[in-house]
Design a protein around this ligand. Structure first.
Ligand code: 5GP
Ligand code: MN
Ligand code: MN
Length: 337
């Protein structure tokens, strides 16, 4: 990771330089939290021409609507076209940036902060660390190197990012350094109970009923995933419409599904258009689902990955089974993160 170049990219901004912060499509807590936390830090440094955006419809998922710094968000269509500095958060590849990927190729500097092992380093300066639990770990370190003190607003953003990507400090990436960072964030006075209730433990009643229906059709296939079991379910646009729910509510659906003790691999297939499905994959450890996802055109981490599937649900799931049977995804020790 090229910290000196990253610090220089910010310090050497021209007076009144324009900064555009971007993150991946369908932004999660880490994408939005690290981006907005860093944006608030830049504002404290005196950067005035500051915009944050993400590809697609400019709607923030309800659980993230309490994040400080949301006022810095602009719709993709209104984002600066020739920024002096573009900073990209939590995107493993340019394909996760939609039309915004073009901004990285402009005359300004492109700085990439990310923690996906598959990240190719598509910026001019890359802070990419697959050992980092979240992109927000890199954002906090860079703010520190820039001499920006944490305040409650910055800390709340980074805490949301850190707690979402570590599964509320449950995953293996939860190192002593992660808890030390959490301690620094909490020392600003932010309230973890309030934040967690908003981010993790709050959903409309319609979503509770929708989950019931979708979980009721889950399938367990004990013979798959090298005999360690595959569990999967799917949700259609019609399911969302009948329960009057927005697509973001389905992000949390993988959590009850992956609890299945009899399965190493879990999967939720979410319809986004008639023949298009956003697929979430999780592993308990024996399977490297990032390899499954990469083979099917997506990406991610060893234990959490995803891809876009096309065709019918059955065709999408059969594609996953085929990868699992090919057995190329046995989890090795060569791919951290
Ligand atoms: P989720 O299942 O929570 O949407 O995503 C889990 C992980 O898989 C994320 O860290 C994300 O990086 C990766 N991921 C999910 N969907 C895609 C996709 O369509 N393409 C790529 N490259 N990565 C994805
Ligand atoms: Mn993310
Ligand atoms: Mn992340």
């Amino acid at each position: 990771a090229d910290w000196a170049a990253a610090v220089a990219a910010v310090r050497e901004l021209p007076a009144d330089g324009r900064v555009l912060l971007i993150c991946h499509v369908n932004p999660d807590g880490d994408a939005l939290g690290s981006m907005l936390g860093f944006a608030l830090g830049l504002r404290r440094l005196g950067v005035r021409r500051l915009q944050a955006t993400f590809p697609g419809p400019p709607e923030v998922p309800e659980p993230l609507c309490g994040l400080p710094g949301l006022e810095l968000l602009v719709p993709e269509t209104e984002a600066e076209s020739e920024p002096d500095l573009v900073i990209c958060f939590d995107a493993a590849s340019e394909s996760r940036l939609g039309e915004l990927a073009g901004r990285l190729a402009g005359k300004g500097t492109a700085l990439v902060l990310d923690h996906h092992a598959s990240n190719s380093g598509f910026g001019d300066v890359n802070l990419v660390d697959p050992a980092a639990a979240a992109t927000s770990v890199l954002a906090e370190q860079l703010l520190d190197r820039l001499g920006v003190p944490l305040d409650a607003g910055i800390a709340e953003c980074l805490y949301v990012a850190l707690s979402t990507d570590t599964g509320s400090f449950r995953f293996d990436a939860t190192t002593p350094a992660v808890h030390e960072m959490a301690a620094r964030l909490l020392a600003t006075g932010i309230r973890p109970g309030d934040i967690s209730r908003r981010v993790f433990d709050s959903r409309p009643f319609g979503a509770v009923r929708l989950f019931g229906e979708v979980l009721g059709r889950a399938r367990l296939e004990p013979g798959e995933a090298g005999g360690r079991g595959l569990v999967w379910t799917y949700a259609t646009l019609d399911d969302l419409a009948r329960h009057e729910q927005r697509p973001y509510v389905l992000e949390a659906l993988i959590d009850p599904v992956r609890c299945t003790a009899e399965a190493d691999v879990s999967c939720v297939v979410k319809q986004t258009a008639p023949d298009v499905w956003a697929v979430s994959l999780r592993s308990k450890g024996a399977t490297d689902v990032s390899r499954v996802a990469v083979a099917l055109g997506g990406g991610g981490h060893r234990l959490a990955a995803g891809f876009t599937g096309r065709g019918t649900v059955d065709e999408v799931v059969e594609g996953i089974r085929a990868q699992l049977r090919a057995g190329t995804m046995e989890s090795g020790t060569d791919q951290p993160g």
